[in-house]
Design a protein around this ligand. Structure first.
Ligand code: ATP
Ligand code: MG
Length: 137
């Protein structure tokens, strides 16, 4: 079955939005197969966001992601990568519809409370990056 990597970012953890995130993914029908609260290291984040290295906002993205603990999770289920992105809503808060997680809880692109893998390939890469095999159910 398909798996995806979903992370509640430091602002989402600080605002105690993670129970809401877990509830939404569970109620949609997905199975939680990995979860941990962790401080992301710079090296891990550089790998995680390697496609964004050249962006002007990259340094602020790194410091944002290291501003507190991240709740890293892995979910399993039918079409979970695409369905997960739909539950998150668009990256730009002006385009994230009410009813989505970002649409309901985020106002700024630079503080958008949650990450979700954007393809099956990046999901596999990100799960391997954030979790050891024996940390997954
Ligand atoms: P994520 O990968 O975190 O799920 P995404 O796939 O919707 O988000 P990406 O293009 O991968 O969007 O960008 C990764 C993150 O970088 C965004 O979630 C956001 O926090 C930050 N970001 C993206 N674009 C901008 C921007 N123009 N200005 C500031 N921050 C940005
Ligand atoms: Mg992305």
């Amino acid at each position: 079955t398909e798996r995806t990597f979903i992370a509640v970012k430091p602002d989402g953890v600080q605002r105690a939005l993670f129970p809401e995130v877990l509830r939404r993914f569970s109620q949609k029908g997905f199975k939680l197969v990995g979860i941990k609260l962790t401080f992301a290291k710079e090296e891990l984040l550089r790998e995680h966001y390697s496609d964004l290295q050249s962006k002007p906002f990259f340094p602020s993205l790194l410091s944002y992601m290291m501003s507190g603990p991240v709740l890293a999770t892995v979910w399993e289920g039918k079409d979970v990568v695409k369905q997960g992105r739909a539950l998150l809503g668009a990256t730009n808060p002006l385009q994230s519809a009410p009813g989505t997680i970002r649409g309901d809880f985020a106002l700024d692109m630079g503080r958008n409370i949650i990450h979700g893998s954007d393809s099956v390939e990046s999901a596999e890469k990100e799960i391997a990056l954030w979790f050891k095999k024996d940390e997954l159910v």
